[in-house]
Every structure is written in C-alpha cells, then in structure tokens.
Design a protein around this ligand. Structure first.
Ligand code: NAD
Length: 357
C-alpha cells in the first residue's frame, strides 16, 4: 500500500430532513447569541421559517453574496459586520453565500454555521476562492471552515432542475479529482467513490422528480461526501480550469465544471487508470469513465459546451496560458498543445477524447 497521511477536519455535520430546525439549539450549544445572516432574499422568501428560526438571534442580514466571492462584496459585507455586535455568522445558500461566510469568518474570526441549499460542497472545505481584478485565486485556511453544517434536503427542493444538475456535477468533479489526487488516501477515496455512486443515482432522480425528498437526500449526501473528500486533498486540472474560466471569463461555476468534467477526465485517464475504473464502476457504466461522465451530462441535459456558457472562442489560448501560469500537481503533466485541444473540445461540446493520445 502507498504510504499516506490523513487529517479529518473538525466540522460538526447534522444531516436529515428538518435538520434546519436545530439551528437555534446549535447556536445555544456554542454559546452564540447574535448572528449576521448571509442569505439571498429569494432564499428567505422561499423558506420563511428560516427567519423565524433566528428570531431573537438576528443582529443583521446580508443578501448580496455573489458568485466567485468578489473582493468588493466581501469588503462591503465586512464593513456592515463591523458595525454590528455579532458573535456568529450563519450562511444559508449555495457556494456563493457560504463562500462569503468563509471570507468573513477569515476576516473576523467569528464562527460560521452553514445550511447548504445546493450541492457545491463548499461548506465542508477550508478552501476559499476569491475574485479580485478579474483573477480568481484560492487559498486554504482552517479558520474558513464552518463549525457546524446542517444539511436539510428540504432546503434544496426549490433549486431548479438545471441548477441542481450542474451543481451535482460540480460535486462529482470534487469526487473525481479526489480519486486521482497525488495526496489522496484510502479514506478520501472511499468517500469519493461513494459520492460518485450517490450522485450518479440521485441526480437522474432529481432531474425527473425534483420534489422527491429521497432523490434530494441522495444528491445532498453525495455532495457532503464529495466536499469532505475534496477538503483533505489537492485540487488539480478540473478545478484549475474552472477557476480560470470563472475568474477571467465570468463563466458560471457549476455549469463550467459540468462542461469540463468529461474532458479533464479524458486528459488524465491515461495516467490515472485506477481512479477512472473506480469512477466508471461507481456510475455502473460499461464504457470508460470520461465517456460515462459525458453520457451522464447528456442524460441530465447538463451544459456540455463552454460556448453555450458564453466563453469566447478566442479566449481559449489565454485560458490555457493562465492554467499553465502556476504549476500544480496533476496526474498527467500539463502541456499547452494538449490543453488547447481539451479546451477546443469542451468549447464545442464534442465527446471527450484524450488529447494527443
Ligand atoms: P450559487 O451559490 O451562486 O447559487 C446559484 C444560484 O442558485 C443563485 O442564484 C442562488 O440564489 C440560487 N439558489 C441557491 N440555492 C437555491 C435553492 N435551494 N433554491 C432556489 N435557488 C437557489 O452557486 P453554487 O454553484 O452553489 O456556488 C458557486 C460558488 O461556490 C462559486 O463562487 C464557487 O467558487 C464556490 N465553491 C467553492 C467551493 C469550495 O470548496 N471553496 C466548492 C464549490 C463551489
């Protein structure tokens, strides 16, 4: 067996339908009294009991979180936080609300509690992506990690099918990268494999019956596992490209992950045969993992091309250059020509093929 190290991260997780109702109790058990609530206005309208749950605890709310955690939004929210006497942060929403919660936790040292409403998995990781001056950078800091995460599948029922599917594939991307991460270990691989199984089963059910709580539960369970696996390993090509395209071309995060995933899997497949076998087996696929991931995108009607997401074709060269700027570990070495081929295929929505092979 390959030598490994593994550090479990100290997030308390409560999973199950109705778990949002535990929020006041969780605050009490941490001795917290006054929270800044980070949530979109739409979220609070869709789930009016969330505000009721915080009655008596609310110091203020911030509803302007945005995708890719733009620095100017964080600074605005931080100014508002400083004017409040809050002792905790509560983020209810997708990766954008949770990302802002993490950015504020880092700046204020306040504890963060998260109630995820998408499958981004961000709540389980100490990773924070931030966009400033058209560039998205990521860092890891244990202080960004939520103290408590309440996973309530009911909070995800209102997530439209198209967003659910894209977000679920974002989680799948965490799991695929965890399976071939150079610093992976038996625990993260088990988590990731089970995540692929749960998402591969749950997402088609969510797509056909978005109100079905059992389907929502399976997808959210997969997202939790995928986020937990990602939290303990290094990200590689898939996440690097998604961050470059999100940060520099303003492409939507989850949808970009969906369009890229079969192609980055094909790029890495020759150097990561065991990971690919585990992905294919967990999806119950007869074909190779990249083709199975592409077929899943087709079945779920998920975004398959960067073109449909607004990526300009003449940006491909710049995207490849940005992805090559800072070296990072990836199963297959990064070569400009091969990356260009990958991006061309992903841009056009062609089926995946291992570039240059
Ligand atoms: P998001 O949070 O921006 O949500 C997408 C849209 O869905 C928004 O309009 C939001 O209001 C809406 N929405 C969310 N939940 C809803 C619900 N239940 N019902 C109806 N509408 C709902 O998107 P996301 O994909 O969850 O998050 C993307 C962000 O998260 C990016 O900034 C990305 O970098 C970050 N992220 C970070 C990590 C990490 O580990 N650090 C992991 C994944 C994503």
């Amino acid at each position: 067996m390959r030598p490994f190290s593994y550090s479990a991260l100290p997030v308390r997780t409560v999973f199950g339908t109705g778990s949002r109702e535990r929020l006041p109790e969780e605050l009490r058990s941490l001795g917290l009294r006054r929270v800044l609530l980070i949530a979109s206005a739409r979220q609070l309208e869709a789930q009016p009991d969330l505000s009721e749950l915080l009655a008596g605890h609310l110091a203020g709310s911030y509803t302007a979180a945005a995708m890719h955690t733009p620095l100017e939004v964080t600074e605005d929210a931080h100014r508002q936080l400083q004017a409040l006497e809050a002792d905790a942060l509560v983020a209810i929403g997708g990766g954008s609300a949770i990302g802002l919660g993490k950015a504020l936790a880092l700046r204020s040292d306040l504890p963060l509690l998260a109630l995820p409403t998408t499958y981004s998995g961000s709540e389980m990781t100490p990773i924070l992506g931030e966009r400033a001056g058209g560039v998205k950078t990521t860092r890891r800091d244990p202080r960004a990690l939520p103290r408590v995460v309440l996973y309530d599948p009911q909070l995800t029922v209102s997530l439209p099918v198209a967003l659910s599917v894209a977000s679920g594939i974002n989680a799948l991307a965490h799991a695929v990268e965890a399976l071939y991460a150079f610093d992976g270990n038996p625990v993260t691989s088990l988590l990731a494999e089970e995540a692929v199984r749960a998402l591969g089963r749950g997402l088609p059910q969510v797509a056909s019956a978005p109100g079905d709580l059992t389907a929502r539960e399976a997808a959210l369970y997969g997202a939790w596992l995928a986020g937990t696996a990602l939290a303990s390993v290094s990200m590689a090509l898939q996440h690097k490209l998604a961050h470059v395209l999100g940060g520099s071309f303003d492409l939507p995060h989850a949808e970009t992950h969906a369009a890229l995933l079969p192609h980055t899997a094909a790029y890495n497949a020759p150097e990561a045969p065991e990971a690919m076998q585990r992905v294919a087996a967990a999806l119950g696929a007869l074909e190779e993992a990249p083709q199975a991931l592409f077929a899943l995108n087709v079945r779920l009607n998920a975004p398959r091309s960067l073109r449909e997401l607004g990526m300009p074709r003449d940006g491909i060269g710049r995207a490849a250059d940005l992805a090559l700027q800072t070296p990072y570990p990836n199963p297959r070495p990064l070569e400009r020509e091969a990356l260009l081929e990958l991006l061309e295929r992903a841009w056009a929505g062609d089926p995946p093929r291992s570039p240059g092979k």
